[in-house]
Design a protein around this ligand. Structure first.
Ligand SMILES: Nc1ncnc2c1ncn2[C@@H]1O[C@H](COP(=O)(O)OP(=O)(O)OP(=O)(O)O)[C@@H](O)[C@H]1O
Length: 455
């Protein structure tokens, strides 16, 4: 509560005095006035974190003050002090934007506790704001986070395609953020007020999938005891996210193609079609062109869906994003679990950045959740992380521990690390990286190829 700026508004001298004495002791910065009118003037002129305000006062009462604050868009936390038992008044105050209320008379402890709660809420609110500011600061889009060049390109494409109705096909390994990208498209689109409906085409048995997608009428099949609206209709006016589209059985691919071409769905067992206004975003783990070649996916549907294709890069292709994601996930876990972990220690960060992340960001999220839970201090150590990360010992560490003697392997490892770092520092600029490494540009190109490093 140190340095909390508090304004006291009460017409009773004794209350102003008692509050001032108590809160000054807690380290708050104070001012006290006698009525709502003076309080309003004070709030226009200066910024306060919390206002402790009586309800009945001459000139301007507490409820009127709350209305004035709302009209003038002055944001501050108002705690109303109302006579004991006057619940209706307290509820009225909350409806008008008060943050909390406290019954009069109150003890010193009660007022300190109420203020402490408000102060904690302010702190969390500020942290959230900082988090949001950091995320919107070119380092993310919607819930997607990333500052690497490949992710910046993804964000730019998502923003551009969001305004159109064209179908988007998202590809990428599991856990790369395809569903988050689909949500970002929806949220940035003119349909954002409409529904976002997601279905995993690979997770529903073929027999149910048709009625799930298109709906059915009563009696269409044995279990159809009533009419059922399909997801196409549920998503009308919004976006339908078809995850794992490659898993869609061939028989349904024909039906989907028809819906996309005609803009109408026909429920199973129905004789007529109804128009639907849905934007489709599809996703696949697989190379769809290959599925077409293998005869598993209809070519005509592929072309219909693949109007705009966007690949979400694997996490190992953008190690620069790892520290940012780690920080973000730690803060998220702290808020969820009430922990106060601050960071990962250097050895753990080294392991996090060099691990190949086959499960991509989802796996990183789970690793950090485990790290936060296991950590016994403010820092996550290597021991707190999942075993697969601890096992990913670098040849360098192996040399230090005496397990590895090959000069060839060690030099290659060193070169790989130095090249990756130089590219990170120069944000992928190869000429600048070559200068830092003190090798020729041409030599760097050979090494990039040798070590399969994607600049
Ligand atoms: N760029 C990112 N920023 C922040 N969180 C991310 C990012 N990418 C993925 N995640 C996290 O990983 C989880 C999985 O993401 P998402 O479900 O979008 O992946 P996906 O590619 O659709 O996976 P799958 O193919 O397995 O369904 C999310 O819940 C989120 O926690």
């Amino acid at each position: 509560m140190n340095e909390l700026r508090v304004l006291i508004i009460d017409d009773e001298e004794s209350i102003r005095h008692m509050l001032s004495m108590t809160l000054r002791k807690e380290g708050c910065t104070l001012r006290a006035v006698e009525n709502g009118e003076d309080g309003l003037k004070e709030l226009i002129a200066n910024t306060y974190d919390v206002v402790l305000c009586d309800v009945r006062m001459p000139k301007m009462g507490g409820l009127e003050l709350l209305d004035e604050l709302r009209n003038r868009q002055i944001e501050t936390m108002v705690i109303v002090m109302s006579a004991f038992g006057n619940r209706e008044l307290a509820i009225d105050a909350l409806k008008r934007g008060a943050y909390d209320y406290i019954d009069k008379p109150f003890t010193r402890d009660e007022i300190v506790l109420t203020l402490a709660k408000a102060s904690e809420r302010l702190r969390l609110g500020r942290e959230n704001e900082e988090l949001r500011a950091r995320v919107s600061n070119q380092k993310g889009l919607g819930r997607l986070i990333g500052q690497s060049e490949p992710m910046q390109q993804v964000f730019a494409t998502l923003k551009r395609v969001a305004t159109f109705k064209s179908t988007v096909l998202l590809t990428g390994e599991s856990g790369t953020g395809k569903e988050l990208a689909a949500r970002a498209i929806h949220e940035l689109s003119p349909r954002s007020k409409g529904p976002f409906v997601a279905i995993n085409c690979g997770a529903i048995p073929e027999a149910l999938l048709e009625s799930e997608l298109f709906g059915h009428v009563r009696g269409a099949f044995t279990d159809a005891s009533s009419d059922h609206e399909g997801l196409f209709q549920a998503a009308s006016g919004g976006t339908l996210f078809l995850d794992e589209i490659a898993e869609l059985p061939l028989s349904l691919q024909v039906k989907l193609l028809r819906v996309l071409q005609e803009g109408e769905v026909r429920r199973v067992g129905d004789t007529k079609s109804v128009p639907v206004d849905v934007r489709i975003v599809a996703a696949s783990l697989h190379d769809m062109a290959k599925r077409v070649e293998e005869g598993l996916f209809r070519e005509d549907l592929f072309y219909r869906i693949n109007v705009i294709a966007l690949r979400l890069p694997a996490l190992r292709e953008r190690p620069v994003d790892i520290p940012l994601l780690v920080r973000h996930f730690i803060e998220e876990q702290n808020q969820r679990q009430g922990t106060s972990v601050r960071s990962v220690d250097p050895q753990a960060l080294e392991a996090l950045t060099r691990y190949a992340w086959p499960g991509n960001v989802r796996e990183l999220y789970n690793a950090i959740e485990r790290g936060v839970v296991m950590s016994a201090s403010e820092h996550i150590t290597l021991d707190d992380l999942p075993p697969q990360l601890r096992q990913a010992q670098s040849p360098l560490q192996a040399v230090l521990s005496g397990d590895e003697l090959s000069i060839k392997k060690l030099s290659a490892e060193l070169e790989r690390i130095l090249i990756t770092r130089a590219l990170e520092r120069t944000e992928g600029n190869r000429s600048a990286a070559a200068r830092l490494l003190e090798i020729s540009h041409r030599a760097l190109l050979y090494k990039l190829k040798d070590y399969a490093i994607d600049a």
